[in-house]
Design a protein around this ligand. Structure first.
Ligand code: SF4
Ligand code: SF4
Length: 195
């Protein structure tokens, strides 16, 4: 029998998330890291952000700095491409540990404010429409942020969408079936770590 779920019913993806027992942190392989740096050499985030290095993430995990890492902005620089995993001679994966650290940061409200806002926006869009980015998302950035001219163009474009047969605030022409939406909402209720 399928368990009933609803808002407020949540599970963690790991029994002891963001601890040395978390399956994602354990499986990242930090304990067998050689500090060779091949992960950093192949990491696009390290290329884009000069102060970011997956090798450092592994070193800090081995020093037990899980809480400090979760508070760090570094974990939000990773693009989850897993080049680090592909290149590691020990089959390690900094990106995997980062998933657990991000969940921990959101769950404990210690993620940067911009990340919390983005996570909340994505969650609400998924919950309401089953999509991450919606035309209405743009408006939530506010007229002040984008400027009056851009905001006016945004409103015009919303009207054009309706004339073309699309929903005004939905990226689709045909809405996602309610049955599928129920599944999407159940997954969010069970797994989402932030507020
Ligand atoms: S490539 Fe692997 S062994 Fe080398 S530093 Fe990165 S995680 Fe450690
Ligand atoms: S998964 Fe993250 S840490 Fe690993 S290579 Fe990609 S961006 Fe870098």
């Amino acid at each position: 029998m399928t368990p009933e779920v609803g808002r407020g019913t949540r599970i963690s993806l790991a029994k002891k998330y963001a601890s040395p027992d978390d399956v994602r942190i354990r499986s990242s392989g930090y304990e067998k890291c050689l500090q060779c740096g091949r992960c950093t050499a192949s990491c696009p985030a390290a290329y884009a952000f000069g102060d970011y290095a997956p090798r450092d993430i592994m070193r800090r995990l081995s020093l037990g700095e899980i809480g400090e890492l979760a508070r760090s902005e570094d974990i939000w620089k990773c693009g989850q491409c897993y080049s680090c995993h592909a290149r590691c001679p020990r089959n390690n994966s900094a990106g995997l540990a980062i998933l657990a650290l991000r969940e921990y940061a959101l769950k404990h409200g210690i993620a940067p404010e911009s990340i919390k806002r983005l996570a909340s926006l994505i969650k609400n869009n998924l919950y309401d429409k089953g999509e991450i980015l919606l035309p209405s998302t743009f408006a939530q950035n506010g007229r002040d942020k984008v400027g009056p001219r851009t905001y006016a163009r945004y409103l015009e474009n919303l009207d054009k969408r309706v004339k073309l047969g699309y929903c005004r605030d939905d990226a689709r022409k045909v809405p996602i079936p309610e049955e599928s939406m129920a599944e999407i909402r159940a997954i969010i209720d069970l797994t989402y770590a932030g507020e």
